[in-house]
Structures are given as C-alpha cells and as structure tokens.
Design a protein around this ligand. Structure first.
Ligand code: NDP
Length: 399
C-alpha cells in the first residue's frame, strides 16, 4: 500500500493526479486535497479510477495535521503555492509523513526565490526520520537531474552551466501566463542573478537577451537571462561550476504587456488601499487573467527545456546538451493540460515514485540532484518526458 496525498488542485495538481493514477501499482491510494474541493472533484471526474478528495486550507497547520492524521498517507506531494511550503512541512513533521514539492518557499511580501527557509528544516526532518524532497518539477526538477546525469556520465568537472527554457507554444491570448500568474510574474520581474566566479551577480530584470535555436525544428527564440531557484542548489552541489545562468524565452507581446503592467503598478506585491480595502495589485491582476489550467485546449506548439554543460572529461573539453521537447497538444490529449503544467507534473509524479519505491529516501531535506539521477531519467523516458543528450561542437550565448 502506498497512499499519497496531493495538495493543490490547479494546473500542476491536475497533471500529478492523472499521472499518479496511471501507476496503480505504485500509487495504490490517492487523495487530492485543496482549498476549493470542487476543483479536486472536477479533476477526479476526469480520471477513470477512484480519487478521493478533501478540503483543506494549507496555510493552517492544525487543519493539515488533522487531515494527515485521519488519512495517514506515506507522502504529501505539495503542488499548492510556494507560500504553503513551510506550513505543509510543519504538518508533515507533526503527522510523520514524507514531503515533496516543486517550488521553493516564498514569503508573501518579498519575492526571494531562496531555499534558506526550507534548508533550515534539515535537522528536524533528519531527527524525525522523514525525507523532504525539494523542487521536483521541471525547472527546478528535471533540469537539476539533467545536470546530475551529465555530471555523472559525461564530465569529471562541469565549469559552465546554461539552463534554457523555451516555450514555443501559443495560446492565442494577447497576454496569459502558463502557470500561476502571481508566481510567474514575481519570478520574471525579480532582479536577475547569475553565478560567476564564486558569487551571484545582480543585473536588472530582462537586461540580457540572446537568441537560441532549439533542436528538432522547434524554432529560434529570443531568450532572456533571469534568476531561477535551481541555480542556488546546483552551484553548491557542483562547486566546480564557474558560471551558471538560467534563460527563458518570452514573446514580444508578453514582454510589452508586462512592461506596461509594471509601469502602471499592476505587478506590485505590496498591498495598496482601494476604496477602504487592502488590495495586492498582482493578485487583482491574477483575477483578470486567464486561468492557466484553461489554456490546454488552445495551446499549440512545443516546449524545449534543457541544460548545456561545458567542462572536462579525461582532460578534454566538451559541451553536452541534455533536453526534452514536449508538445502542448499531445499533453492535452493525454491529461487535459498544456505542456507547462505537464512538464512540471510528470517530474513531480516521478520524484514521488522514487520516494515511495525507497530509491530516493534519506532522512533530511534534499534537492533532487543530491540523489542518483539514473532511475529518475529512466522514468522520464517511460512516463512522457523523453530526453536526449547530444554533444555540441560550439556554444556561446554571449555574442
Ligand atoms: P495554480 O494556481 O493553478 O494552482 C494552485 C492550487 O493550489 C490551486 O488549486 C489553489 O486553490 C491551491 N491553493 C492555493 N492556496 C492554497 C491553500 N492555502 N490551501 C490549499 N490549497 C491552496 O498553480 P499551478 O498549478 O500552476 O502551480 C502549482 C505549483 O507548481 C506552484 O507552486 C508553482 O510555483 C509550481 N510550479 C513549478 C514549476 C517547476 O517546473 N518546478 C513550473 C510551474 C509551476 P484554489 O483553486 O482554491 O485557488
């Protein structure tokens, strides 16, 4: 018996539930809990297997503990919002349940994208004999595992790392975000940080642009350097890395909208007074934008997310690129979701599978690259995110 509780019934929660349901031999019993139970029931109704649902406010530790003690799952898959990470970790400790998520904890009032709050739980999880697996989505998640896989099989030392996230899909709206708008916009408007020669260097958001041609005719895209949380753990776990950068593609339309929204204050995270009420501008904006979980039927095209590593093997310099390409419409046909939620939800299921099968289980708090990448990589090929590794003769995003 492997009972799992998924918390969060958004775009990613839907995919995780579908994918866990496809493996009844691993996930024998699935409970989907979220703030709005009707959303859990709508997801459960899409699936040809009994998925139980529950209502829970994941900001409330006693409420979570009561539910966890009642259900006693082995593992919680947290795909609610980053704001809930610490309350869910606290509840897991109290109820004796393993924990995993796909995004680092974020305080509501500052966009930080730092692991320090969750890493501080290391001793507590160790003493409780419980595992907390952090960041098992695509980026972070698969990108960390790609790095670990390249480090294990292709390099003695990695010196440079470029993580490149291209979404070549089009949903037809002038402006919409592919995952939770509030988190997406906080991430994109935050100062850029990249790792160079032993420290993080700050540059203004979106100030560095390059062009990247994806393999397999996905296309050529403008990509922008930005900070992404996996850089923080990767440079610690691979100390030979001299430079690490994260890049994401954005369309001109997306950037123009974002600039205007930013200029008029709509992306702010500080509450403002409106008509006697406190309103957080970005939360109001979220209410106006299309719900990412509704983009599936209308999104066409492919994503291409991967890692380029430069380094040495047996004294020789080499450049390796590990990537996955995912088709939005194929994802929709399989689990009624676009590829951004799919590429996050599948690695979440795979991380959970490693934990339940005890391949990735060790008391403490871990980032995914700290475990053996091989079983995770094998499962990506098997469960919907096939990847390739190719050797590049040349790679330079600095021109
Ligand atoms: P959505 O906004 O679509 O879904 C979030 C869900 O969490 C909603 O069902 C929401 O409930 C629920 N929720 C929010 N607050 C609470 C609460 N207090 N108690 C219980 N449930 C709550 O987001 P996504 O599905 O797009 O993203 C989910 C997570 O995945 C996020 O943390 C995001 O950062 C992460 N992510 C990670 C990626 C990666 O590659 N690593 C990529 C994309 C996303 P309600 O329906 O009531 O609002």
């Amino acid at each position: 018996m492997s009972k799992v509780m998924i918390i969060g019934a958004g775009g990613v929660g839907g995919v995780v539930t579908h994918k866990c349901a496809q493996l009844p031999e691993v996930f024998t019993d699935i409970i989907l809990a979220s703030r709005t139970e009707s959303k859990c029931k709508a997801i459960a109704a899409q699936i040809d297997r009994n998925i139980r649902t529950a209502q829970v406010d994941a900001d409330n530790v006693p409420e979570l503990v009561t539910l966890l003690k009642k259900e006693s799952p082995e593992l919680v898959i947290n795909v609610a919002l980053p704001y809930q990470d610490l309350t869910i970790m606290d509840a897991c400790l109290e109820a004796g349940v393993h924990y995993m998520d796909t995004a680092n904890y974020e305080p509501l009032d500052t966009a930080k994208f730092e692991y320090k709050w969750q890493w501080a739980y290391q001793e507590k999880f160790k003493q409780a004999g419980l595992t907390a697996l952090l960041g098992s989505g695509f980026d972070p998640g698969a990108t960390n595992v790609f790095t670990a896989y390249l480090a294990k099989h292709y390099f003695d030392e990695i010196h440079e790392l470029d993580i490149i996230d291209v979404n070549g899909g089009d949903h037809g709206y002038p402006f919409a975000t592919n995952f939770n708008p509030e988190i997406n916009i906080r991430e994109v408007t935050a100062e850029c940080r990249h790792w160079e020669n032993g420290g993080f260097i700050e540059t203004p958001a979106m100030s560095k642009k390059a062009s990247f041609t994806c393999p397999e005719d996905v296309g050529t895209f403008n990509i922008y350097r930005m900070y992404h949380e996996e850089l923080e753990s990767l440079v610690i776990n691979y100390p030979t890395i001299r430079r690490a950068q994260f890049w994401m593609s954005f369309s001109e339309s997306y950037l123009t909208h974002l600039e205007v929204l930013g200029n008029v204050g709509m992306t702010g995270i500080e509450p403002i007074d409106y008509d006697g009420k406190k309103i957080v501008p970005i939360q109001f904006l979220k209410a106006l934008l299309p719900d990412p979980s509704t983009l599936g039927p209308r999104t066409q095209g492919r994503t291409c997310i991967g890692v380029v590593a430069k380094g040495i093997k047996d004294g020789r310099e080499r450049i390796m690129y590990c990537y996955n390409i995912c088709d939005h419409q194929a994802c929709y046909a399989e689990v009624q979701s676009q590829a951004i939620s799919y590429t996050t939800g599948v690695p979440a299921m795979i991380g959970a599978k490693q934990m339940l099968q005890k391949q990735w289980l060790a008391p403490g708090v871990w980032n995914v690259e700290q475990f053996d990448p091989d079983p995770f990589m094998a499962d990506m090929n098997q469960y919907g995110l096939p990847w390739k590794v190719v050797e590049l003769t040349d790679f330079d995003l600095d021109h």
